[in-house]
Design a binder for this molecule. Structure first.
Ligand code: IPE
Ligand code: IPE
Ligand code: MG
Length: 248
């Protein structure tokens, strides 16, 4: 039985978030420049997204560039931004064929204008697609996102449009970049690092976390399927006891 066939379609995660890590180490192992690792990582993105569509996963969110990544050497940042523009441009056709709608979260205005324009163009073009929403986290930091949400609520209170007493989790979540996206049930990080690195801190509150030693350029749809199968073996208790869950 193939890995895809082993997935229980009745308990499929709706949303899988991924921290694509290990491009640099992958390139170094091969005696190549870090930029080569990033380029190779694009193949993993394509295969993983196609695999997600085949499995029927509705939302996939990829951490592509963190706010902290701006502190990398200028040349690497430049290479990543160029790669972003060329990849989004080249992959638009593929996204259309697979019914994938592109979306982005993060401080998008801090991206070079060429990147921003290409991103908006493809987001616009793919907005008719309904199979899967692919969200790229770009110049993204979860603390930044949460701070923005707090500021927007504060401004509404100041202007008399919101009572502080009315602020609840639902309203707070509606001010995050992910307002229209359900929380991820599963978060995958590659490269054997066991940390969240400022990714979706609010949204991951009850997600199942899956860590794999594979470096991102080696990751393929089968690895996604393995993570989903692992996720399906887990019992999500949300604070309850195991007995309470079994009585349903
Ligand atoms: C992930 O790979 C890609 C980005 C952060 C843009 P890295 O570039 O972090 O690779 P390692 O972790 O140094 O191996
Ligand atoms: C997290 O990877 C960000 C992305 C994958 C884009 P990093 O490689 O930047 O994370 P740290 O610095 O090891 O925590
Ligand atoms: Mg890294």
């Amino acid at each position: 039985m193939s890995l895809l066939e082993q997935i229980d379609m009745s308990r499929l995660p709706q949303h899988v978030a991924i921290i694509m890590d290990g491009n640099g180490r992958w390139a170094k192992e091969k005696g190549k420049l870090r930029a080569f690792g990033h380029q190779s990582g694009v193949l993993s993105v394509r295969d993983t997204v196609e695999g997600a569509v085949k499995a029927g996963i509705s939302y996939i969110t990829l951490y592509a560039f963190s706010t902290e990544n701006w502190n990398r050497p200028k040349l690497e940042v430049y290479a990543l931004m160029e790669l972003l523009v060329s990849t989004i441009n080249r992959e638009t056709k593929n996204l259309m064929e697979n019914g994938v709608r592109l979306n982005a979260i993060g401080d998008l205005h801090s991206l070079p204008s060429k990147c921003y324009r290409q991103l908006q163009e493809t987001i616009q073009k793919t907005s008719v697609n309904t199979s899967c929403t692919l969200t790229l986290a770009l110049s993204y930091s979860s603390r930044w996102e949460i701070t923005q949400a707090a500021r927007s609520l504060a401004l509404d209170v100041r202007d008399g449009n919101l009572n502080p007493e009315d602020i609840n989790e639902r309203i707070f979540a509606s001010r995050l970049n992910t307002a229209d996206i359900p929380d991820p049930e599963l978060m995958i990080r590659t490269s054997g690092e066991y940390r969240i690195s400022n990714y979706l801190l609010w949204q991951l509150a009850y997600s199942e976390l899956y860590f794999t030693p594979k470096l991102w350029p080696d990751f393929r749809r089968e690895d996604l399927y393995e993570a989903v199968i692992d996720y399906q073996k887990r019992e999500r208790r949300f604070g309850k006891t195991s007995e309470q869950l079994q009585s349903f």
